[in-house]
Design a protein around this ligand. Structure first.
Ligand SMILES: C[S@@+](CC[C@H](N)C(=O)[O-])C[C@H]1O[C@@H](n2cnc3c(N)ncnc32)[C@H](O)[C@@H]1O
Length: 281
């Protein structure tokens, strides 16, 4: 057939050739690439990775230098309490609004009496209820120079503001950090409380790299298994050894319980229950 003499057929052939060339140029290279991994290559060592957290942290800074270390590394050397509350936040804050869960439980006083800590690391602080409670116990017992390091991203969780019912949202922000600060200020505890406003992992990596260890480390952030698992592993790195104690809230949550038990088994530790809390021995 004479293609030139039949423009329709000619057009179709040209289109076909063009589609072939375009298809070739933009072909899916990934489907051609060799498979790097398949299910068959997963080994027991892969599962092992879940248990492998770095264990070494920096040489311990003396307890008397802990507050200064945090202020230097987190707040460029200036105490976050200076000039608090800022004028724009003041009208939005409640004089005191420190709700929590099991925040005044007897375990705090029992452990503080037993360990007589200089540094307490709280992983999950919310509005500061348990931190303020611990600051009060330390004062009552006459412990000097105690620093409570509060780790929280101060985001709470979706809809936590509904649970609180009282705090104002400002452009979608629940003012959790400022209300926590206000609560600590109202309790006259700013000299013994300082905070790290980051994710628990980021904050504990910081403590580890600066050599900041806790005589007491309390785990009370997210309670799903994987979050609790990571917090417990990271938390244990910054427990002062020997002598430090790690404990946490919400033993009744299945995820927390599984993470605590797994950790204890892997590290040859015991677990005791103290009310709603767990304590590692
Ligand atoms: C149960 S509340 C802490 C209550 C507090 N210990 C008390 O008794 O008053 C949990 C807190 O953990 C914080 N949190 C949860 N997951 C976190 C994460 N991955 N990083 C930082 N903070 C987190 C939330 O913002 C929340 O304020």
């Amino acid at each position: 057939m004479d293609l030139a003499a039949n423009p329709k057929v000619y057009g179709v052939v040209v289109l076909l050739i063009l589609s072939f060339i375009l298809g070739f140029l933009y072909r899916d290279n990934y489907s051609q690439a060799p498979l790097l991994l398949s299910a068959a290559t997963v080994t027991a060592a892969d599962a092992e990775l879940h248990h492998k957290f770095p264990t070494k942290c920096a040489e311990a800074v003396p307890p008397a230098k802990v507050r200064e270390t945090i202020i230097q590394n987190v707040f460029h050397g200036e105490s976050p309490w200076t000039g608090f509350p800022p004028a724009h936040a003041k009208p939005l804050l409640l004089e005191k609004f420190a709700v929590g869960w099991g925040s005044n439980a007897a375990v705090f006083e029992r452990l503080i009496r037993r360990v007589r800590p200089r540094t307490i690391i709280e992983v999950g602080t919310y509005l500061g209820a348990s931190a303020i409670h611990m600051a009060g116990i330390a004062e009552k017992l006459g412990l000097e120079g105690v620093q409570i390091l509060c780790i929280d991203d101060f985001r709470g969780w979706p809809a936590h503001a509904d649970a609180g019912k009282v705090m104002e949202m400002v452009n979608g922000d629940t003012m959790l950090l400022y209300q926590f600060m206000q609560n600590v200020a109202a309790a006259n505890a700013t000299e013994s409380v300082v905070y790290l406003p980051f994710s628990t992992t980021t904050a504990m990596n910081g403590l580890c790299s600066w050599g900041v260890y806790g005589d007491l480390v309390e785990i009370d952030a997210d309670h799903e298994f994987h979050s609790a698992w990571v917090d417990i592993n990271n938390g244990y790195r910054v427990v002062r050894k020997p002598g430090g104690v790690m404990f946490g809230h919400d033993y009744k949550w299945e995820g927390v319980r599984r993470a605590v038990h797994l950790f204890a088994r892997l590290h040859g530790l015991g677990v005791r229950r103290d009310g709603e809390h767990w304590v590692l021995y």
